[in-house]
Design a protein around this ligand. Structure first.
Ligand code: SF4
Ligand code: ZN
Length: 395
C-alpha cells in the first residue's frame, strides 16, 4: 500500500497556490530538473531510493524550493536513445499520484504536493520514488534495474543541472540535419490528453515536440519499445499543402486522435490551422497585428511581454488542445529548425523575442536580421516596437 492513491484518474488534477504543502521548481525557483540515464546492468542498484537534502516532512508548510530528480535505469535491451522518452514518463507517473502535480520537463519542472495528501501520510519523497519504480518496471519490462535520487540540496541541484543541460543539448544535436523529406513517418504523442483531451503532438525531424522533450529520434525509439504507449508512428502520407506543410495522413491521424476537434494541421504555421498545444510548451509564438509580425516568449521570462501580456496570459490563449490562429506553443529547439514557421515567413516575420530566446536561436537567425529583431532590452511596448521596426526598415 502506498501513502497516496495511484492511477491515471488523478492525472488531470491541479493544485492551487494555497493548497500545496510543498512546491518544487516552477517559475519562482531557478534551479530544478530531471534526468534519466541508461546505465550498465552492473552499475545500477535496483530499487535504491535516496533523498539528498531536506525531505517533505522536514520542510515548512508552503515551502517552495529546488529539486532534481535523478533516475538511473538498466536493462539488457535498454538503449541510450530511450532516455528522453523514459524521462517524459516521470511527468506521466508523478501525475498518477493523488495530490501530486507535475508540470513541464527537463530543466523546467514544477511539482506540487497537496496538503491533504501530506496529511494522509505522503510525507517523504522516498514514497514517490517507490511508486515511480513500480510503475516504470511494470509498464516497461525492458527496465530490469532502476534507482531514483531526489536532491533538494540547492548547491547539489545547481551542479546536477549544469551537467544535465549538456545532456539535453547533446540529445537535441543528434537530430540536426535530418529533414522531413528524408523520412516516411512522423511520430505522434498524446501523453498530455489528460490535461488537454483533444491535443495531439506531431513530431517530425524538423519539429521537436512543444514540450521540447521528445524529438523524432526519441519518438521512433518509443514506438519500438512500447507500440501501445502514448507515442505512435504516423506514416506521413502525401504533402497536400506545400505552403503550410500539411500531409493528408497526418491530418487523418490528428482527426482521429483529437476526436474530430482538429481536422487540418499545418506543421509550420502559426496563422493557418496551427499545431495545437496542451500547456507544456517551452515558448509561445504570438501574432502582433500592429507590426504584422510575431513575438516569441519563453516560460521563464518574468514580467510582461512586448504586448503587455505575460507568458501566463498568452499561455491561456495557446493551450487547451484547440487551434487558435495567431498563437503557437513550441519547443525552444524548433527555433533552430530549417522549417521554423516557414509558412508565415520564418524569422522574417519575427519582430520581438525575449533576449534569452534570441540567444538560443542566434545560429539560425539570418545575419541581416539579427539586429532587426527587438528584445525587452530594446523596446517596452507595441508603440516602441513599431518605431523600432520602422527604423530597421522592416515596416
Ligand atoms: Fe507528448 Fe506533446 Fe505532451 Fe510532450 S507536450 S508529452 S510530446 S503530448
Ligand atoms: Zn503537455
Amino acid at each position: 500500500m502506498y501513502a497516496a492513491d495511484v492511477g491515471p484518474q488523478y492525472e488531470g488534477e491541479r493544485i492551487r497556490k494555497n493548497e500545496f504543502q510543498v512546491e518544487f521548481g516552477g517559475p519562482d525557483v531557478s534551479h530544478k530538473g530531471e534526468l534519466v540515464t541508461v546505465k550498465g546492468l552492473g552499475e545500477v542498484e535496483h530499487e535504491k531510493i535516496t533523498v539528498s537534502g531536506p525531505d517533505l516532512k522536514d520542510l515548512p508548510e508552503g515551502f517552495s524550493g529546488p529539486l532534481f530528480i535523478k533516475v538511473e535505469v538498466a536493462g539488457e535491451e535498454l538503449e541510450k536513445d530511450l532516455e528522453a522518452v523514459l524521462e517524459r514518463r516521470i511527468h506521466q507517473y508523478i501525475n498518477y499520484i493523488e495530490g501530486v502535480f507535475h508540470m513541464a520537463q527537463r530543466y523546467d519542472i514544477w511539482i506540487r504536493i497537496h496538503k491533504n495528501s501530506f496529511k494522509k501520510g505522503l510525507n517523504s519523497l522516498e514514497q514517490i520514488g517507490r511508486i515511480l519504480i513500480d510503475l516504470f518496471t511494470a509498464e516497461l519490462p525492458v527496465i530490469e534495474k532502476m534507482s531514483v535520487e531526489f536532491i533538494t540540496d540547492p548547491a547539489k541541484v545547481q551542479n546536477l543541472l549544469v551537467e544535465a543541460l549538456k545532456v539535453y543539448k547533446e540529445r537535441d544535436e543528434r537530430i540536426k540535419g535530418l529533414r522531413e523529406e528524408d523520412v516516411d513517418e512522423f511520430y505522434g504523442c498524446v501523453l498530455c490528453q489528460s490535461f488537454a483531451p483533444t491535443h495531439v503532438c506531431v513530431i517530425t525531424p524538423e519539429r521537436v515536440s512543444l514540450c521540447g522533450a521528445i524529438n523524432w529520434l526519441d519518438g521512433r525509439a518509443a514506438t519500438k519499445v512500447d507500440p501501445e504507449g502514448a507515442q505512435f508512428a504516423i506514416p506521413k502520407g502525401n504533402l497536400i499543402d506545400l505552403v503550410n506543410i500539411s500531409y493528408d495522413n497526418v491530418n487523418q491521424v490528428v482527426t482521429e486522435r483529437s476526436m474530430g476537434e482538429t481536422t487540418r494541421f499545418s506543421l509550420h504555421s502559426a496563422l493557418s490551422y496551427p499545431h495545437t498545444a496542451c500547456g507544456c510548451f517551452e515558448a509561445i509564438v504570438f501574432y502582433i497585428p500592429e507590426v504584422d509580425g510575431f513575438g516569441i516568449v519563453s516560460r521563464d521570462f518574468a514580467g510582461p511581454s512586448v504586448t503587455g501580456d505575460p507568458f501566463s496570459t498568452l499561455a491561456g490563449s495557446a493551450s487547451g488542445g484547440k487551434q487558435n490562429e495567431g498563437y503557437l506553443g513550441i519547443g525552444i529547439q524548433y527555433l533552430t529548425s530549417p522549417k521554423f514557421l516557414i509558412a508565415d515567413g520564418g524569422f522574417n516575420r519575427v519582430a520581438w523575442m525575449s533576449s534569452a530566446l534570441k540567444e538560443a536561436a542566434v545560429e539560425n537567425l539570418p545575419p541581416e536580421l539579427a539586429g532587426k529583431i527587438a528584445t525587452e532590452k530594446d523596446v517596452q511596448n507595441v508603440d516602441e516596437l513599431t518605431e523600432f521596426m520602422q527604423n530597421a526598415g522592416r515596416l
